[in-house]
Every structure is written in C-alpha cells, then in structure tokens.
Write a protein that binds this ligand. Sequence first.
Ligand code: AMP
Ligand code: MG
Length: 331
Amino acid sequence: METRIRPIGEDSLAEAKAVLEGGGVVAFPTETVYGLGGDARRDDAVRAIYAVKGRPADNPLIVHVHKDYDLGRLVFDDRPYAAKLRERFLPGPLTMVYSSRGAVSGVVSCGLQTLAVRVPAHPGAQRFLRYTDMPVAAPSANVSKHVSPVTAEHVFADLNGRIPLILDGGACEGGIESTVCDVTGEIPVILREGLVSREQIAETVGDCGLYVPKAGEQVRSPGMKYKHYAPACKTYLFEADRTAEAAEKLRQLRAAGLRACVLCESAAAPCFPAGSVLDLGKTPAEMAANLYILLRRAETVADALVAVRPKEEDGIMAGVQNRLGKACAGE
Ligand code: AMP
Ligand code: MG
C-alpha cells in the first residue's frame, strides 16, 4: 500500500472520508499528537487500528468527535462537574471517561462499560471530524510502544506502507497526549496526566483525584501498564540533581565508542560538553512540545541517550515527567 502525505483540503478530506467509509484508517493531526482514526462504530475498522499499530488488545481507544457532536448519543453523563470541565477545557486536550451507551463498537473499550471521548481543538482535526461526520476511534499514530508522532513525517516513518493517507496539519503544538480523566465517580480522577493539569481541574471543580494503580489490582486505564514512548536507542535516566553522574555516564559511553547524547532542560545544558545536548527548552510548554521531537531525533543521531529529568514536577510537567520516565524505563 502506498502511503501519501497530503495537506488538509477538500480533496484530501474526501479521500479520508472514503477510506473511513470503507472500514480503513487514516492519520490526522490534533493539538496533542497525530491520531490514527477509524469509524468507531465498526468492529472491522477498530480492529484494523489495533492491527496497524500492533497495539495490545486490552488497551482501549479514545473516541474523537467534533465540537457540536451530541455527546448524549455516545455516553450517559450525569455528573454536574463534568459539564463544568467541558465548559472550561473543550475543545482541547482533555479526554473524559464516561459510562458508555454502547453506541460504538465494543472493541473500542475492550469490553469495559466506559467510553473515553475527546473533542480536539486543532482546526484540522475539527475539519476532519466534521467532514467525516462519525465518531472516530483514534490512538496515537505510531507503532505501539514507540515515541508518539508530532509531525506527519513521524507518522510516515512508523506507518509507511500500512495506511493509505496522512492528513498533514504541521507540527502538533501541545506535544504530549491528552489528560485522561474519569468522570463517572463523585469527583474527577485523572487516569493519565497530560496537557490539562490536575491543578487546573481541581481549581475548576473543587477537587481532583489521581489514580495510582496498586500492586495486583486490575488497572483502570489499561494503557498505563505498558512500556511506552520509547526511542530505539539505549536510554539512561537521571534525577534532576544528578547532572554530575549523567556527565560521567556520557563520558563512559563515548569512551566505549558509542554515539551518545544528553536530553535535558536548558538550565542543565551547561553541565555537559558543547554539542552533546538535545535541549528540551525552558518553559513547561516548550518542554512538552519538544519532548517527542527530541526523543525521535535521539534515536537517529545516537546509540545511547542520557536523559536528565527537568526540576519542575507540577502542572503539565507531571505529564512530561510521566512520558520521559516511560520512554527511558526498562521493560
Ligand atoms: P492513546 O490512544 O495511545 O493515547 O491511549 C489512550 C489512553 O486512554 C490509554 O492510556 C487508555 O488506557 C486510556 N483509555 C481509553 N479508553 C479508556 C476507558 N474506557 N477507560 C479507561 N481508560 C481508557
Ligand atoms: Mg499512544
């Protein structure tokens, strides 16, 4: 199969719609990362998404809809605080997990009674969702467990030959995935940290939990148990105050003849030799936007990556720290 990258326009949208109506899948941009979308109502289309990515069959998908879509068609929504969250954050990088009406394929939620729904803010995503006029199931458009794609070229690198079409909307501004928030209980509970912070949610509705799986328990957001977001090179992760050890690791790797580089925030860059640093940037927004671009660059220029955690851990840095940890963790 030939994979084409096309800018978003009348012709490419018509092609995307025809692919989806045939049960196929296409990649499209959002403000977080690129998505791999198919008709959420069709078992065959949803299975195709899992097959293209090599995604584990117990990791449920998020359904994407345009901003005027009637949510009541898909889910039961009886929590007043959920309406406040939609009001403040949608369209945007907040995925909300509701009790499902069972209107989409059961394959989407892997048999769970809940459904994750997102309304992306990206104008290209909105156009695509309006044009195709269906609930679109979409995970990130990468090979499972690899770094999520934030450009059309990243998608091509992973999925060339496996999908017919990549709608090109330029580089994603957000850079990491949406926050996944369960809104079925008394208070919202974050299942996956992301671009909307726990602090922002708590400020909006008074309280917000963070789900931390306990040993032996069946996880509530199955995707979180997998190694994820990993570049192809070897990785070593150091805490923010361990720059001297990180510099020593870099020296050893290079002495062993490996191409090695460092990933760190701008403030830590002076601790390393000139030319060795992939600089995440200064602000949390910059670091989120740069993380996956630099993880993908690392695997092309280096055999080994020495990553140093940024100092900040709150707000959207909770999501950045989570992804960095998973990218650089062992199996
Ligand atoms: P991805 O599509 O790769 O960004 O991953 C989607 C994330 O949403 C994964 O962590 C899933 O486990 C989570 N998710 C999707 N649907 C549900 C659901 N119904 N309940 C809980 N978590 C979900
Ligand atoms: Mg993903």
